[in-house]
Design a protein around this ligand. Structure first.
Ligand code: UDP
Length: 144
């Protein structure tokens, strides 16, 4: 299986609940390597840019208000089969539908405040990582 890159965001609800360490530990324990990480507060416009694919959806304004409501933590992760494995680890968008033991089932309050984002394809993983990080800010995969 190929090593893939995915872009996670620990969303503002995750930061507000002081769950950064807990959620990152779950991610690292599942075998994901952290290649880049920072804490930032998105402007409304930056949140709209990141979620542009959803701009026609009824939840777009609420989503981008929420994503710009406080600090969040974008994280570049690498692992074999990272895209699918990360989405399995976080669970369904709606925490009421997320499998037991997933991050969203355990920590999310609602479909809109659902703790964490994960890229949905290899192409989007690369694109979303570059939304937050220059290539030189992403640590290379090294053996030691
Ligand atoms: N979202 C929402 N209401 C909905 C569907 C989605 O607020 O009915 C938000 C939610 O925060 C979700 C994000 O929009 O994580 C992106 O939606 P998507 O369908 O891409 O879900 P994801 O890939 O994050 O599971």
């Amino acid at each position: 299986m190929a090593t893939e890159r995915t872009l996670a965001i620990l969303k503002p609800d995750c930061v507000r609940k002081e769950l950064i360490g807990t959620v990152l530990a779950r991610i690292q324990d599942a075998g994901f390597a952290v290649r880049a990480l920072k804490m930032i507060t998105l402007s409304k416009r930056e949140a709209e840019g990141f979620y542009a694919v959803h701009e026609d959806k009824p939840f777009f304004d609420e989503l981008t208000d929420f994503m710009s409501s406080g600090p969040c933590v974008p994280v570049v992760l690498e692992k074999e089969n990272a895209i699918a494995d990360f989405r399995t680890l976080i669970g369904a968008t709606n925490p009421d539908e997320a499998d037991e033991g997933t991050i969203r089932a355990d920590f999310a309050d609602s479909i809109s405040t659902n703790i964490v984002h994960g890229s949905d394809s290899v192409g989007n993983g690369q694109k979303e990582a570059s939304y937050f990080f220059a290539e030189h800010e992403i640590v290379a995969n090294r053996a030691a």
